[in-house]
Design a protein around this ligand. Structure first.
Ligand SMILES: [Zn+2]
Ligand SMILES: [Zn+2]
Length: 232
């Protein structure tokens, strides 16, 4: 673990030890590195909906119309709506050097995501470009994927996908630009005839997921599901 991250964790953990607080509303707690019961109750489970057109659905699938347009994603499930306390928690985890929050985030989402995570053959983390990993100091999706597999007692994730092209952060660019992202992922090896579930933190754009799923299907996968902590 890089020194800077270890230092940040050590200092934040020391502060929390002295005066444990809810990571979202800062109310006093007895437990370290968690969110209070009131904040947990504010997490709203995501209803089943199509990733591409938002159509409400009865199961965690992509709608028939979007699938007929050859969207390479067959199933989709996000755990929670993008409402507080989730954005604060994810911001702390990803942008303020708190890889120690991975376990908490995985434990909040594991129950909602377990069906798709357990029924597919291979778990594949959505790759993070090496430049972003260096900047952040850790690969949060890799940690999350391992934590989810560990909590659900299934085989560990396999980093099959590689991001071959640098892109700006997807939430900061227009939809038309995202659609021109093109060929950004590559599979490192064949996964013929297996079913794959991709893990992401925030499914912000169907286009990124579509590009990743396309690379996985080109490597031979029979089907591709996507799970995310939240979708925005
Ligand atoms: Zn709270
Ligand atoms: Zn649809």
């Amino acid at each position: 673990m890089p020194f800077q991250i270890a230092k940040t964790i050590a200092s934040s953990t020391l502060l929390e030890c002295l005066r444990p607080q809810c990571l979202s509303c800062q109310s006093t707690m007895t437990k370290l590195g968690s969110i209070c019961e009131r904040c947990q109750e504010q997490l709203i489970p995501s209803p089943n909906r199509c990733l591409f057109c938002d159509l409400p659905l009865t199961t965690a699938r992509v709608c028939i119309v979007c699938r007929s347009k050859r969207a390479p994603i067959d199933q989709f499930q996000s755990a929670f709506l993008y409402r507080e306390p989730l954005p604060s928690l994810i911001n702390l985890w990803k942008f303020q050097n708190r890889p120690d929050l991975t376990h908490l985030i995985a434990s909040l989402a594991a129950n909602s995501l377990q069906t798709l995570l357990l029924q597919n053959d291979v778990v594949v983390p959505m790759p993070t470009h090496w430049r972003r990993q260096i900047w952040r100091g850790f690969d949060h999706i890799w940690l999350l994927s391992n934590a989810l597999c560990n909590q659900l007692q299934r085989t560990p994730p396999i980093p099959i996908l590689k991001q071959i092209k640098w892109r700006p952060q997807q939430s900061k660019i227009s939809r038309s630009l995202r659609q021109r992202n093109g060929h950004i992922f590559e599979a490192r090896r064949s996964i013929s005839n297996q079913t794959v579930v991709l893990i992401d933190d925030i499914a912000t754009t169907g286009e990124t997921a579509r590009a990743a799923a396309h690379a996985i299907k080109e490597a031979g996968a029979r089907s591709v599901a996507l799970v995310a902590i939240t979708s925005a």
